[in-house]
Design a protein around this ligand. Structure first.
Ligand SMILES: C[S@@+](CC[C@H](N)C(=O)[O-])C[C@H]1O[C@@H](n2cnc3c(N)ncnc32)[C@H](O)[C@@H]1O
Length: 702
C-alpha cells in the first residue's frame, strides 16, 4: 500500500460528516489512495474481507480492494491491495464467522489508516461500529457497488442464491459426515477416514466429504492419498478453497514445491495459514533452484527441534549419475566447479539420532514404506551389496502396498548409510589435537540419504559432507573439472593404509585412489609406517596429558616415519612436481575415472606424519618452546592437503598456528592464519558469517 506521511489525526477535508451521513452521498476512496494518519471525512471505503475474523480486544480481519476498470486476469491477483482491519466495539449477535464470513463486503465511513504500534505495518482503524456497514451477499448492485469486480483470490458468487440442482443429501450421509467430523476433532483420524469413506460410497461426488478425508489423510501424513482426495474434490468444484489448500499442503509435504506454488496461486492468500504456506513454499523454491540456504538459521532450527527433522528443499548442483568403471554408478561434475561450491543438499530418507543398531533405522524405513509405498522405488534402487542384484519396483499408486523386503533394506542401510552428528564440528579434531577440546565426543546416529548414496569413495576425496539434523550438505573442497568424479571419504585418510583397507573390505571393495595405489605398491615402507603409527597411538594419551618425557621417543618415531616416505619416493617416479595437477584418465565413454587429484602426488604427501607433528608441537608448547611448536604445526598443515573427511583438521591447525603466533607476539601472523582458517572453513560450510563466528568463539573458549 502506498501511503503518504502526514501529521497525526489530520483530517483530509472540511466536509461535514457524521455517522448518520448516508453512504450514497459519500465519495468512494480506495486503499491505495488512503493517506497515513488521516481521517478521510466525506469518503467511504468499499472493500471485502478475505480472512476469517478473529476476536480479541477487537475483531480482526483482512480486507481487499475491489478491482476497478478492465485489467488482465494475471494483473488481478498481484495488483489487489490488501490491509488489516481491527473493528472495535463490534458486537455480533450470532456466530462471528457467519456474520463476517470470508467475502463479506464492507462500507467503511471516514476510513483512517495508521502504523501498527507493534509491528510497524500500516492498518486501518474503525472505532465506531456505526461507521461500518456489512453488505448482504444477495445485494449485487447499488451506487457504491456499481462497476466493481473482485479478485479471483476468494471465489464467492454474489447475488440471490442459486437453487441447488443436485439431489438432496440423504440423512445417512449427513450422519456419517458428522461422525467423521467428531472423530477428526478427537484426533481419531483413521476412524474419521473410515466414516468419510462409508459416506463417499453412498455419494462419491461429495466435495465436502472428499475434502474432509483429504484433511484426515494429511494428519496421518498420507500425503498422496490426501492429494488424490483434494484433487477429486477440485474436479467437482475448482473454486473450493479448502480442497485447494489441502492440495497445496499435500504437494508441499511431497516436496513438489513448484506444483504447490501453482496451487497456492489459485487460492486466496488471505488466511494466516495460506500466507504461511506461501512464504515457506517460496523459500523452498529458492533453496531448490539456487542452492541458497541460510545455514545458521537451519542450525538454530535443528537445535530447537527434537528430533531435528527439518523442513527444507533438496538441491542438486551441476552433477549427473553415470557408470564409473569398476565402481558401479557414481556422480560426475557436468561442468567446472569452483572449490567451496555447494554440490548437493539432501533430506534423509530415514535417520536415527542416537547411537542405535541397524535394526532401528530398518524399522523406521519399514514404517515409511507402509505410509508412503511409492518411495520404495528410490529406496530399492540403491546398492544392496554384491550378493543382491538390483531390484526394480514401480510403486506409484498411493493405495498400493510396497514390497517390504527386510533383508534388502538391511543391506541397503549397511552399504549406504552415513553417520549423523548432533553438532557441526567433527570430533576428529578434538581427538587429534590436544589443544582442541570443544564440544567433546558427539552423539552419533545413522542416516540414509538417497542421492548422496550414489557418491563413491576416495581416500583423497574432493567433496565433504556434514549434516544439520536430517539435512546433508555436500561441498566441493577443491576445484573440479568437467567430467571429474565427485567422491566423498567413507574412511579417514589419517588412518593407516591397513586400517583403511580393512574398513573398506567390510564394504566389499578395494580403493584404487592414488594414495592407496602408492601405499600398496610400497608394502615394506607402508608396513613399517603402520607399526610406527601403532606405537605412536599407544603413546598418545600420555602425550595429550603433556608428558614431555615422551618427547625423545616421539621425535625418533617422527623421523622414522619421514624415512618411510623418502624410501618410497626414491622408488616411485619422481617426475611429478609439487603443485602439479594430476591428469584425468578418460575412458571411451568420456568419463574421468580418477578422483580429483590433490595438489601433490601421493608419495609427496607424507600424511602419516601429520599426527606425530601435531603431537610434537603440543609437547613443545608444553615446554614453552613456541617457535618449535609453531614450526611443527606449519609442517603439519603442509603435509595434509585439502582432502575431504579431514579438512576440518586444517581449519583447526590454521587456528592453532595463529594462536601460537599470538604467544610469540607476532600479531601480523595471527591475522594471516585466521584468514587461512576462515578460507578452509568456507570450503566446508560456505560463507556463513554467523557460523564462522560461532566456531571462532568456540575455539577461543578452549
Ligand atoms: C554407497 S554405494 C555408492 C554407489 C554405488 N557405486 C552404486 O552403484 O549405487 C557404495 C558402493 O559403491 C562401490 N564403491 C564406492 N566407492 C568405490 C571405490 N572407490 N572403488 C570401488 N567401488 C566403490 C562399492 O561397491 C560400495 O560398496
Amino acid at each position: 500500500m502506498l501511503l503518504s506521511q502526514q501529521d497525526p489525526r489530520q483530517t483530509s477535508t472540511n466536509c461535514p460528516d457524521s455517522s448518520k451521513t448516508p453512504f450514497n452521498s459519500l465519495e468512494r476512496i480506495s486503499l491505495f489512495e488512503l493517506r497515513l494518519n488521516t481521517i478521510h471525512l466525506g469518503r467511504v471505503l468499499v472493500c471485502r474481507t478475505i480472512s476469517k475474523p478473529i476476536q480479541s480486544a477487537a475483531v480482526h480481519v483482512e480486507i481487499e480492494d475491489p478491482i476497478i476498470g478492465e485489467r488482465s486476469s494475471a494483473a488481478q491477483e498481484t495488483d489487489v491491495t490488501t490491509a488489516r482491519l481491527p473493528l472495535y466495539n463490534f458486537n455480533v449477535s450470532g456466530v462471528l464467522g457467519d456474520v463476517l464470513d470470508i467475502g463479506t463486503r464492507l462500507f467503511i465511513r471516514k476510513p483512517y489508516c495508521e502504523f501498527d504500534a507493534e509491528d510497524g505495518l500500516p492498518m486501518l482503524r474503525c472505532y465506531s461500529p456505526d461507521d461500518v456497514v456489512l453488505v448482504p451477499n444477495e445485494q449485487v448492485d447499488g451506487p457504491l457497488l456499481t462497476g466493481l469486480r473482485w479478485s479471483n483470490a476468494v471465489s464467492i458468487t454474489y447475488g440471490p442464491p442459486v437453487k441447488q440442482q443436485s439431489r438432496p443429501r440423504s440423512g445417512k450421509i449427513d450422519d456419517l459426515q458428522r461422525r467423521g467430523n467428531e472423530q477428526f476433532i478427537r484426533k481419531e483420524y483413521a476412524s474419521a477416514i473410515d466414516s468419510y469413506t462409508q459416506a463417499l460410497e453412498l455419494e462419491p461426488d461429495d466435495v465436502a466429504l472428499l475434502s474432509n478425508r483429504a484433511h484426515a489423510h494429511l494428519q496421518l501424513q498420507q500425503f498422496r492419498k490426501a492429494l488424490q482426495d483434494a484433487e477429486a474434490a477440485l474436479k467437482l468444484d475448482g473454486a473450493n478453497p479448502k480442497a485447494r489448500f489441502r492440495q497445496a499442503k499435500a504437494l508441499y509435504a511431497m516436496r513438489s514445491y513448484e506444483e504447490a506454488w501453482n496451487s497456492l496461486k489459485m487460492l486466496s492468500k488471505a488466511t494466516v495459514e495460506t500466507q504461511e504456506l506461501s512464504r515457506r513454499t517460496r523459500q523452498r523454491l529458492e533453496e531448490q533452484k539456487n542452492g541458497r540456504y541460510n545455514v545458521m538459521s537451519i542450525l538454530h532450527e535443528a537445535r530447537s527441534t527434537w528430533p531435528p527433522y527439518l523442513d527444507h528443499s533438496d538441491y542438486v548442483g551441476p552433477m549427473r549419475v553415470t557408470e564409473i568403471p569398476g565402481k558401479g554408478r557414481g556422480m560426475v561434475a557436468t561442468k567446472e566447479i569452483a572449490e567451496g561450491s555447494l554440490l548437493m543438499c539432501s533430506k534423509a530418507f530415514a535417520v536415527v539420532f542416537e547411537e542405535k543398531s541397524v535394526h532401528d533405522i530398518v524399522i523406521k524405513i519399514v514404517d515409511k514404506l507402509k505410509k508412503e509405498p511409492w518411495v520404495a522405488t528410490e529406496l530399492y534402487d540403491l546398492y544392496a551389496g554384491p550378493n543382491m542384484p538390483p531390484m526394480s519396483t514401480n510403486c506409484t499408486n498411493a493405495t498400493e502396498a510396497a514390497e517390504i523386503d527386510i533383508a534388502r533394506i538391511t543391506n541397503i542401510v549397511i552399504e549406504n548409510s552415513f553417520t549423523v552428528d548432533k553438532e557441526l564440528w567433527t570430533p576428529l579434531s578434538s581427538q587429534l589435537l590436544p589443544h582442541a577440546n570443544r564440544r567433546g565426543v558427539l552423539d552419533v546416529g545413522t542416516g540414509l540419504w538417497i542421492l548422496p548414496s550414489l557418491i563413491n569413495h576416495s581416500c583423497l576425496a574432493n567433496a565433504s559432507f556434514f549434516n544439520i539434523g536430517d539435512f546433508m550438505f555436500i561441498r566441493a573442497v577443491r576445484d573440479l573439472n568437467e567430467g571429474e568424479e565427485v567422491c566423498v571419504a567413507y574412511v579417514g585418510v589419517l588412518d593407516t593404509y591397513e586400517g583403511r583397507t580393512k574398513k573398506l573390505e567390510k564394504r566389499n571393495f578395494e580403493c584404487h585412489c592414488p594414495l592407496c595405489d602408492f601405499e600398496r605398491a610400497q608394502p615394506e615402507a607402508t608396513c613399517r609406517r603402520a607399526k610406527l603409527l601403532d606405537e605412536f597411538t599407544r603413546m598418545r594419551p600420555e602425550i595429550q596429558m603433556g608428558n614431555v618425557g615422551k618427547m625423545p621417543r616421539l621425535k625418533v618415531i617422527m623421523d622414522e616415519i619421514r624415512k618411510t616416505y623418502s624410501t618410497a619416493s626414491a622408488t616411485i617416479s619422481t617426475s611429478s612436481r609439487r603443485g602439479k595437477k594430476g591428469k584425468k584418465k578418460v575412458t571411451a565413454g568420456g568419463v574421468a575415472t580418477t578422483t580429483s587429484p590433490p595438489a601433490m602426488e601421493p608419495h609427496q604427501l607424507p600424511i602419516g606424519l601429520f599426527r606425530t607433528l601435531s603431537a610434537y608441537s603440543h609437547l613443545n608448547a608444553c615446554l614453552g618452546q613456541f617457535n618449535q611448536a609453531v614450526q611443527a604445526l606449519h609442517e603439519a598443515f603442509e603435509v595434509l592437503p585439502r582432502i575431504a573427511g579431514v579438512n576440518f583438521v586444517r581449519v583447526d591447525i590454521a587456528m592453532q598456528i595463529g594462536k601460537m603466533y599470538g604467544m610469540l607476539n607476532r600479531f601480523d601472523e595471527v591475522g594471516r592464519w585466521k584468514k587461512v582458517a576462515r578460507k578452509e572453513f568456507q570450503m566446508l560450510y560456505g560463507e556463513d558469517q554467523g557460523l564462522w563466528k560461532e566456531y571462532v568463539d568456540d575455539f577461543d573458549v578452549c
